[in-house]
Ligand binder design. Structure first.
Ligand code: PGA
Length: 295
């Protein structure tokens, strides 16, 4: 389920290059176009090119054996590909799960070291995650922020993911108190800017953002569809003002926080919602599959 690549060979003789939704230009192709003075164009109309993703965050659940049982059930169900499924197991199960899924879903890490490698006991760096089969890494999940990660560390982790060849899923969200105080948009603006300012277009095209209101995670409650739509529009606006706008328009912005098979169709149907980040309801294959089918 990797995204189609447009290589230097594909663009060598072209006078004009249109990048279809979900496709990626390789760095060599990008360099070649830059040298030839050609600006790649984005295919698809406004809003039509956004990739859809449903990401499972297993948190501190499942042994290797349990992950393999999930993979067998998931593959057996042959899910249709309306959205890219991504599964983020505990680090210990990454390699085995990646192998067992055999391309039926992408595999992601729940966290990533800010360092490329070195004397950092307990940290797992991008190159180790790639080695285990990862293509995505969550950055700044609320449970990591709660454990002490600040915006500056999230920014470094996001860059470590990008330079290590992973697609970062930047998680942003407000607390219940911030929401009560009417500060949701301010908080999200600050989190997004702190992490994203200064990214190159080639980095923006690999980014994913997840709006996860902290008060909704694991709580069995979600904001209403109108509130989610308003916040997602705000996130998209900040993205476009902070990053290269043409590419920022294509960044998938997901919703996360108490997504289940019961509310998935409604939440995934919210305007501007490109998919979901799912915790508890992703642990059972039939529940995760039902959410995936709702896209
Ligand atoms: P939840 O978790 O679906 O269990 O609320 C979501 C998350 O933490 O990403």
């Amino acid at each position: 389920m990797t995204r189609p690549l447009i290589t230097a060979k594909d663009v060598a003789a072209a006078d004009r290059v249109v990048v279809p939704p979900g496709a990626i230009l390789t760095p060599l192709a990008r360099d070649l176009l830059r040298k030839r003075g050609i600006t790649p164009e984005l295919g698809g109309g406004a809003g039509s090119g956004v990739e859809r993703l449903v990401i499972a965050n297993w948190k501190s659940h499942k042994t290797i054996g349990e992950a393999l049982a999930f993979a067998a059930a998931f593959r057996g169900a042959q899910p249709r590909a309306g959205a890219t499924p991504v599964i983020c197991p505990p680090h210990t199960a990454l390699a085995a799960l990646h192998q067992a899924l055999d391309g039926a879903a992408e595999v992601g890490a729940q966290d990533i070291s800010a360092h490329p490698e070195g004397a950092h006991t307990g940290e797992v760096a991008a190159r180790h995650l790639v080695d285990a089969g990862c293509s995505f890494a969550l950055v700044g999940h609320s449970e990591r922020r709660h454990a002490g990660e600040d915006d500056a560390l999230c920014r470094r982790k996001l860059r470590a993911a990008l330079s290590g060849g992973l697609r970062p899923v930047l998680c942003v969200g407000e607390t219940a108190e911030e929401r009560r105080g009417g500060r949701t948009q301010r908080v999200l603006t600050d989190q997004l800017r702190a992490a994203l300012e200064g990214l190159e277009p080639a980095q923006v095209e690999r980014l994913v953002v997840a709006y996860e209101p902290r008060w909704a995670i694991g709580a069995g409650v979600t904001p209403g569809p109108a509130e989610i739509a308003e916040v997602l529009a705000h996130v998209r606006g900040v993205l476009e003002r902070t990053c290269a706008p043409a590419w920022a328009r294509r960044v998938p912005v997901l919703y996360g926080g108490s997504v289940s098979e019961r509310n998935a169709a409604e939440l995934l149907g919210v305007p501007g919602c490109a998919g979901a980040l799912v915790g508890g309801a992703s642990l059972a294959p039939e529940r995760f599959l039902a959410i995936l089918q709702a896209v």
